[in-house]
Ligand binder design. Structure first.
Ligand SMILES: Cc1cc2nc3c(=O)[nH]c(=O)nc-3n(C[C@H](O)[C@H](O)[C@H](O)COP(=O)(O)OP(=O)(O)OC[C@H]3O[C@@H](n4cnc5c(N)ncnc54)[C@H](O)[C@@H]3O)c2cc1C
Length: 344
């Protein structure tokens, strides 16, 4: 089967490698002359990395963590135990693209696809948040701005740091260490990131300032001979805005559909997968509505606890803690447990 993938970001390369592994010979078309990663916090879990058919990633993972730390107002913090990494995405993507070619894939660099019309066979749109393939498919997404500074600092981190504090972001801010460097960012505005960095006393030097677009809640990922993945599909996790795990799961689904001769089922199967769980809609809405006062009250319950090791009793206690209604809390807990498993 003739398969053309548009875009050699994580979406295109991971899907390409999975298709090669399944015995297909896809072609990737990439508009850049030399591959550069789009803006990313670069955080990824060991579980997700283990699902990517490129095993030589360790030299591109300058930082390893045993846990993520969630900081809440009032000085409270809680944890999620999970092995994760910060990647050096540009060299990692370049190494994956070399491997793709070595294993028999074809890669055309420096060609911008203007339209999917006229491309025969199966077309996989992996061309990011401003995708031409998504326009053809008629995919509608919600969008969030992400701003991030690359910093050099002697800051002492505690795992992958997530800050739930509405002073800076309606959603969250982060500090991810990266072997002496730091990716410091938030979902929202640059002026709030400046304030966050000042209040955290990060010091050090700002090496790079970037902002980009994060699409989520995609509505349609398939039309005629075109299917979408990654940011083109808007399958980034709505809660965490992590995109790489969803790409890996979508690639498995697409490969299975092609192998079984059931490409028409791609959208149905993808939307039935937990990466697209309906619980994220209410989960995100309630997460955004949380006030700092409510987050602080939650912090009192959760202080120093490991979220993915809470007992049934502890979960019930927080559910009926009157911080927010039990219904809201149920959605928040459900969406965050899916996010923990399927988003990074
Ligand atoms: C601030 C921020 C922080 C983030 N942090 C994380 C994180 O820590 N962990 C995580 O998992 N995710 C994170 N994400 C999300 C993640 O970066 C994206 O979901 C992921 O990069 C999507 O990959 P993609 O391949 O679909 O798209 P992209 O990375 O955008 O790649 C698309 C590729 O297609 C090419 N292209 C585009 N148009 C064309 C065309 N017309 N013709 C040919 N080629 C084309 C581009 O040049 C590019 O190489 C973050 C995003 C942002 C903005």
């Amino acid at each position: 089967m003739n398969i053309t993938i548009i875009g050699a970001g994580p979406g295109g390369l991971i899907t390409g490698l999975k298709l090669l592994e399944a015995g297909f010979e896809p072609k990737i078309i990439e508009k850049q002359e030399a591959l550069e990663s789009t803006l990313c916090g670069e955080g990824i879990s060991a579980e997700t990395l283990g699902m990517i058919p490129f095993r030589d990633w360790s030299e591109f993972a300058p930082q390893t963590f045993g846990h993520a730390t969630f900081f809440l107002p009032g000085g409270y913090r809680c944890y999620a135990k999970k092995k994760c990494f910060t990647m050096d995405r540009t060299p990692w993507l370049r190494a994956m693209s070399k491997e793709f070619v070595k294993r028999g894939g074809s890669l055309e660099m420096g060609r911008k696809v203007e339209s999917v019309n006229g491309i025969g066979g199966l077309v996989v749109g992996a061309d990011g948040p401003f995708s031409v393939a998504a326009k053809f498919v008629g995919n509608h997404v919600q969008r969030m701005a992400g701003v991030q500074y690359r910093m050099k600092s002697d800051y002492e981190w505690d795992g992958m740091e997530f800050y739930l504090d509405k002073t800076y972001s309606q959603e969250y801010s982060w500090i991810f260490a990266k072997g002496g460097l730091f990716n410091v960012g938030l979902l929202g505005y640059q002026k709030d990131l400046e304030q966050f960095i000042k209040d955290k006393n990060l010091g050090g030097e700002i090496l790079k300032k970037e902002a980009y677009n994060i699409p989520f809640f995609g509505t349609r990922v398939q039309k005629e001979n075109v299917v979408l993945t990654g940011d083109a599909a808007g399958i980034t996790n709505p809660l965490t805005k992590g995109g790489m795990a969803a790409i890996v799961h979508a690639a498995d689904i697409l490969t299975a559909c092609i192998k079984e001769g059931k490409i028409g089922e791609y959208q149905y199967r993808l939307f039935a997968h937990p990466v697209m769980a309906p619980a994220y809609r209410d989960g995100l809405k309630y997460f955004r509505e949380l006030t700092n006062e409510e987050l602080e009250k939650m912090g009192k319950f959760l202080d120093r606890k490991v979220l993915n090791q809470l007992s049934r009793w502890e979960k019930l206690r927080i559910m009926f803690s009157s911080v927010v209604s039990p219904k809201k809390m149920r959605f928040l807990m459900k969406a965050s447990s899916f996010a923990n498993k399927y988003s990074w």
